[in-house]
Design a protein around this ligand. Structure first.
Ligand code: GRG
Ligand code: ZN
Length: 318
């Protein structure tokens, strides 16, 4: 029998992450700090505890990571990348502080990463790695800034469509294998663009619900181990496509609760492993999608508290 949800311990665990400056783990995660703040803040907000981290300090930290080209790094002095730029804008959005940054500059950074021939988006100005993750990130960042029209959305949608596979799933680039993480980003991007008509809904949802294994957990591809973060990548896509009831909710809930550290807080990828803030967010967000009592509703497209995105859904249609 899985333990109950240890809300207070999860809150303390997330609060403790910023106080571990003398521990190796803190410095090893330095390159992910902006993502970490988004994961921690969103998890707290879904537990109704957004104020457990200091708001003004957080906003000042986010601003200190912005470059003159408009993009954000993971930490002050780190190179700008679209991954951290989304997390920065998500943090400001949750904190109702978007006006603290120059959104024209941020949007121009994001749009400069799009390949205007194929519609694909790269991760930063120096690299040439294109990935459906970055298309979703560009869509979400611009939607939060109300500047989606500045990107060639139709071309980006055609790139996503070119990444669709015979099994109904999506990969990171045309011809790449279907993977639940990539399916989440493609489905959510198509939702933002109001182009879910391009999804082969029954075929894809069949592939997604097949991800549930006998332990109740979900894996990201056939034959792989179940992992709590797929409670987000798989479940959110099923939620967007209206097929949440195609998985066994009770068994998945038990799998997530079992992966908690019920003494010190936090959630791991699976029972017995070390906890981290990434799996803590996706475990909590998965429980929220399952309608778990006491959690705030999460938006399956934006992975943000539904409270802060409710008006975006009226502006999504172009
Ligand atoms: C706002 C929620 C949100 C996300 C931002 C970065 C990003 C956009 C999305 C990431 C989507 C993705 C590819 C998730 C998968 C992450 C993951 C668990 C990768 C592991 O893949 P493998 O192949 O592991 O190493 P498996 O589970 O297949 O063994
Ligand atoms: Zn994982």
């Amino acid at each position: 029998m899985a333990p109950g949800f240890v809300r207070e311990k999860h809150i303390k665990y997330i609060q403790s992450l910023d106080k571990k400056h003398d521990e190796l783990e803190y410095w090893l995660s330095e390159h992910l700090r902006m993502n970490g703040v988004y994961w921690g803040l969103t998890a707290l907000d879904l537990m109704g505890a957004r104020d457990a981290l200091p708001r003004d300090e957080m906003i000042a930290y986010v601003k200190s990571c912005q470059h003159s080209n408009g993009g954000f790094g993971a930490n002050p002095g780190h190179d700008a990348h679209i991954l951290y730029t989304l997390s920065a804008i998500q943090i400001l959005f949750i904190q109702d502080a978007i006006h603290e940054v120059d959104s024209t500059l941020v949007a121009s950074y994001v749009c400069s990463l799009q390949n205007r021939e194929t519609g694909a988006v790269k991760g930063d100005l120096n690299g040439d790695d294109e990935d459906t993750r970055f298309v979703y990130i560009a869509f979400q960042t611009l939607a939060l800034l109300d500047r989606l029209r500045e990107l060639d959305v139709d071309l980006a949608v055609s790139y996503i469509d070119a990444c669709k596979n015979y099994d109904g799933g999506y990969g990171m680039s045309p011809g790449a294998e279907s993977h639940a993480g990539q399916i989440f980003v493609c489905v959510a991007a198509l939702a933002i663009a109001d182009r879910l008509d391009l999804v082969d809904r029954d075929l894809l949802c069949w592939w997604l619900c097949e991800r549930q294994v006998p332990s109740g957990g979900l894996n990201g591809r056939p034959e792989k181990l179940p992992d709590v973060c797929y409670s987000w990548w798989v479940l959110s896509a099923l939620a967007v496509l209206g097929r949440l009831d195609w998985i066994d909710r009770d068994r998945l809930r038990e799998f997530i609760l079992d992966a908690q550290d019920d003494e010190l807080g936090g959630i791991a990828d699976r029972k017995g492993d070390a906890v981290d803030v990434f799996h803590t967010l996706f475990g909590i967000a998965g429980l929220s999608l399952l309608g778990f009592e006491g959690l705030e509703p999460v938006d399956p497209v934006y992975c943000l508290p539904a409270r802060v995105t409710k008006d975006l859904h009226f502006t999504r249609k172009r």
